[in-house]
Ligand binder design. Structure first.
Ligand SMILES: Cc1ncc(COP(=O)(O)O)c(C=O)c1O
Length: 364
């Protein structure tokens, strides 16, 4: 049976302060007035669903998540629509991925209808936190973690689900900035049979030393290669990759079980095919990237994800070398896919794939 949510209204921040935040929200810096919490216990299942004031969680220092890191999360957005409404982009896809992550981390699955209902309720309640500027949206961050108190390493018998919302601006304030990537030869992100395909908090913790290595080499982010041959390009720490070749073929690394199945990646495959591109999911070697960038056979490389949509990649650096794409700007394929996706998300073009989930604003 679907969860029913008890509502405990928040006093909320002063409207003037909220408006100041919404004028320049940044990314994930400020949070709306409410949050959703739902509790799970092995004997009782999901219960105590609440919409309550945003605020600190109180946890015993012996809580399992602090020790074994049993934690997963998601990220998707609600967008102001051209007709004045509000809609979320593919929340069902994030609900499905959340359930797959839960399965991998021995956490209970939250039914998709409850996941989406929680998001609907939070967005409706905190509608005043929806920023209205260019490329702005309300970012939704569901997460789940083990709350059993005890140091034994075993699946938690108590779990908490939390959903928070953060008004966000364009990821790159002055338009998509071409990035430079560091090829990590020292660290790996994921291994066959591991947790790479799950949105597991530990994957991100494990990537931070290589992110620091990237910064030390003057790069913005890290490209992870496969752990077995150290040859095949997988993804960035938080975005999937696409390659555009001079014959018009669009290629993205195939899903091998070690790559996170991005909702943006999946959506762009559909949009690119709709625009007449041949899209191929296959292995891409780091040498194909280096050589293609040098010879010009590779015309565009871009990263994609919910937060930054599409971001061009200009430069690849590794220990002892670098290669820079001929064009310093966003390429035509990247730019046209980027605007096609944003037009759907902001309700400026027809939603032919049924991706947008309208948030009912009735009776508000
Ligand atoms: C490791 C990783 N890869 C790819 C993505 C892109 O996924 P999505 O398009 O669903 O945001 C993300 C972001 O969620 C990520 O964390």
């Amino acid at each position: 049976m679907a969860l029913s949510f008890t509502v405990e209204p928040a006093a909320g921040v002063e409207p003037a302060r909220r408006e100041a935040i919404l004028a320049e929200p940044g990314f994930g810096q400020a949070f709306s007035d409410h949050m959703v919490t739902v509790v799970w216990q092995a004997a009782k299942g999901w219960h105590d669903a609440m919409l309550r004031p945003y605020g600190p969680l109180s946890l015993d220092p012996g809580t399992t998540v602090f020790h074994n890191g049993q934690a997963i999360f998601e990220g998707f957005k609600a967008y102001p629509q051209a007709d004045g409404g509000v809609a979320m982009f593919r929340p069902d896809a994030n609900a499905a991925r959340f359930a797959r992550s839960a399965e991998r981390l021995a956490l209970p699955a939250l039914p998709a209808e409850d996941f989406v209902a929680a998001a609907d309720l939070l967005v409706r309640t905190d509608l005043a936190w929806m920023p209205r500027g260019e490329e702005m949206s309300l970012y939704l961050r569901p997460f789940m973690f083990g709350t059993t108190v005890g140091l034994t390493v075993r699946p938690a018998a108590d779990v908490t689900f939390v959903l928070i919302a953060s008004p966000v601006g364009a990821y790159f304030a002055s338009g998509p900035k071409p990035l430079s990537m560091w090829v990590s030869e020292k660290f790996s992100r994921a291994a066959p049979g591991g947790t790479g395909a799950a949105k597991f908090a530990g994957n991100y913790a494990g990537s931070l030393a290589s992110v620091r290595e990237a910064y030390d080499h003057g790069c913005d982010q890290v490209v992870f290669l496969d752990v077995v041959e150290h040859r095949w390009v997988e993804e960035l720490g938080g975005m999937n990759l696409f390659f555009v070749f001079d014959d018009g073929t669009v290629v993205t690394p195939e899903l091998t079980g070690t790559i996170l199945e991005g909702v943006t990646r999946d959506s762009l495959i559909t949009l690119a095919r709709g625009q007449g591109f041949t899209v191929v999911e296959r292995k891409v070697s780091i040498d194909e990237w280096r050589d293609g960038a040098r010879t010009g056979r590779l015309t565009e490389v871009f990263a994609c994800g919910t937060a930054a949509v599409i971001t061009p990649i200009r430069q690849l650096r590794w220990a002892g070398g670098e290669v820079t794409m001929a064009s310093g700007d966003i390429g035509p394929c990247s730019a046209s896919l980027r605007s096609a996706l944003l037009d759907i998300q902001y309700g400026r073009s027809a939603d032919l794939n049924g991706w947008m989930h309208r948030v009912s604003l009735k009776d508000l």
